[in-house]
Design a protein around this ligand. Structure first.
Ligand code: PMP
Length: 454
């Protein structure tokens, strides 16, 4: 029902494919039937999900059928190793180069500044750990700075650097999730080598003031890495204009395949992140191993589509966000939108339904797929480290869910989300002791502290 457009598109695509294939007789029978089966699976999968609205696009996105179609010849037909010197290798290398050009176009990088990785996690790792190790070796810079609200993949690198004896500072943010530049200035020193920050926070959608962060760091000779996983292909992103040194992105957040990402590395810094002993002909010596050609092709196609659709998608998504927030706040009180109301990517909405627990809302609102910002483990409530770093009161943080809107989201899905969330909240509040405390005017935070939640 909600995926009707996807279904129709899949059917049209299948029909076109059958017409093309019967006309030209280009493919072997096996490939013909495997494509039919795959398309049917795609349709059945959409049908199965048809009564659940997917609103978790920050977690992952479905692969665009156009991307899938672009990738498919590179599994069986065009199978060469791009490192091989013969015809098959050259064809594969051409495909990887073409994909690199599409990615480079989206972010305005140079060709050799785009390095394919296995995802944003690996790109983050290369940009932070390798850069810090090199800077320490060559310039004695052993201080790494990042934000307390970072994605787990960066916090893991932070832990590793700490264990390796590096000095690490986790910067606090304001209650709006934004970095305070005075705070940044007060912690950096002559030994600071790199600042890594999330361009668009994956839980709140908060978008940092990139230009000012970069200017503050560069004035003091500090390099800057942006984890742009939630920004790439969604908001305009020009690495030259922003003057970034490193940037990470992921395929599966932009309707591309899973298992592929990109590290942008300003060419002058390539020496900092090279893999020791790696062949310079493969990913410029930054990432070794055989390049996954179909995934690179998918990443390139996803970047190309994102580039052409960027402003249309952004406008549509911003309107859907407004519709969602207005629909909920119009029917319920004590609703909080966590994060900056101005500096954000509209596709990620972190919203608290005071008096209810995030996970309980998720269980109650069965026809929407969203994420919760809290988790109840062995009768202890943990809240998201992002909301905790923003110093959101515990009862508001624990009642949060993340709704993420994508290019396939429809107004009907948003209306369904409003209806489900309003009904769930009313039902849960009616039996919630926390809601009673709020209603009585007592401090919920005090009650929570007494129970040891923070
Ligand atoms: N950084 C951010 C901000 C993310 O949202 C994610 C994905 N949840 C990652 C890094 C990791 O991306 P990948 O799955 O490509 O490794």
């Amino acid at each position: 029902m909600y995926y009707i457009t996807t279904d129709v598109r899949a059917v049209v695509r299948l029909t076109k494919f059958v017409m093309r294939i019967t006309k030209t007789k280009l493919c072997c029978r096996l490939q013909f039937w495997s494509n039919i089966v795959l398309s049917m699976q795609q349709i059945l999968c959409s049908v199965k999900l048809s009564n659940i609205a997917y609103l978790d696009y920050a977690a992952t996105t479905p692969c665009d059928p156009v991307v899938f179609e672009a990738m498919s010849p590179y599994f069986c037909g065009v199978f060469g190793n791009p490192n091989s010197m013969h015809h098959f290798g050259m064809v594969a290398l051409d495909a990887v180069d073409a994909a690199r050009i599409k990615v480079r176009t989206l972010i305005n990088a140079d060709f050799e500044e785009v390095v394919f990785t296995s995802g944003a996690t690996e790109a983050n790792k290369i940009a932070t750990i390798r850069t810090m190790k090199s800077l320490n070796k060559t310039a004695g810079k052993r201080h790494f700075v990042t934000l307390a609200t970072e994605h787990k993949s960066i916090l893991d690198c932070t832990d590793y650097l700490k264990r390796e004896g590096f000095d690490v500072t986790l910067l606090e943010v304001g209650s709006d999730g934004l970095l305070n530049l005075d705070h940044l200035t007060s912690v950096i020193n002559d030994t600071t080598g790199l600042l890594s920050f999330c361009f668009v926070n994956s839980e709140t959608g908060v978008m940092q003031d990139v230009k000012r962060i970069v200017a503050t760091c560069h004035e003091r000779g500090i390099l800057v890495h942006a984890d742009a996983t939630q920004a790439f292909g969604k908001i305009p992103l020009d690495v030259k204009e922003l003057d970034l040194d490193f940037l990470s992105a992921s395929g599966h957040k932009v309707y591309g395949p899973k298992g592929i990402g990109v590290l942008y590395c300003k060419s002058v810094h390539a020496r900092l992140v090279r893999t020791p002993g790696a062949n310079r002909d493969v990913e410029f010596g930054i990432r070794s191993g055989t390049v996954p050609v179909p995934l690179c092709v998918g990443m390139g196609e996803a970047a190309k589509i994102a580039f052409s659709e960027l402003s249309t998608n952004l406008t549509r998504i911003a309107a859907l966000r407004e519709r969602l927030i207005a629909g909920i706040t119009g029917q319920l009180d004590e609703i909080y939108i966590n994060g900056s109301s101005v500096h954000n990517y509209p596709g990620i909405v972190n919203i608290s339904f005071r008096g209810c627990e995030g996970e309980a809302i998720m269980m109650e609102a069965k026809h929407i797929a969203v994420s919760s910002g809290s988790a109840c483990t062995s009768n202890k409530l943990t809240i998201s480290h992002v909301l905790e770093a923003m110093k959101i009161p515990v009862d508001i943080a624990q009642s949060s869910i993340r709704i993420s809107i994508g290019k396939l989201t429809t107004e009907a899905e948003i209306d369904l989300a409003i209806e489900e969330l309003v009904t769930a909240t009313k039902k849960l509040r009616a039996i919630s002791p926390v809601w009673d405390i709020i209603r009585s005017g007592s401090s919920v935070d005090d009650v929570f502290k007494r129970q040891g939640f923070r």
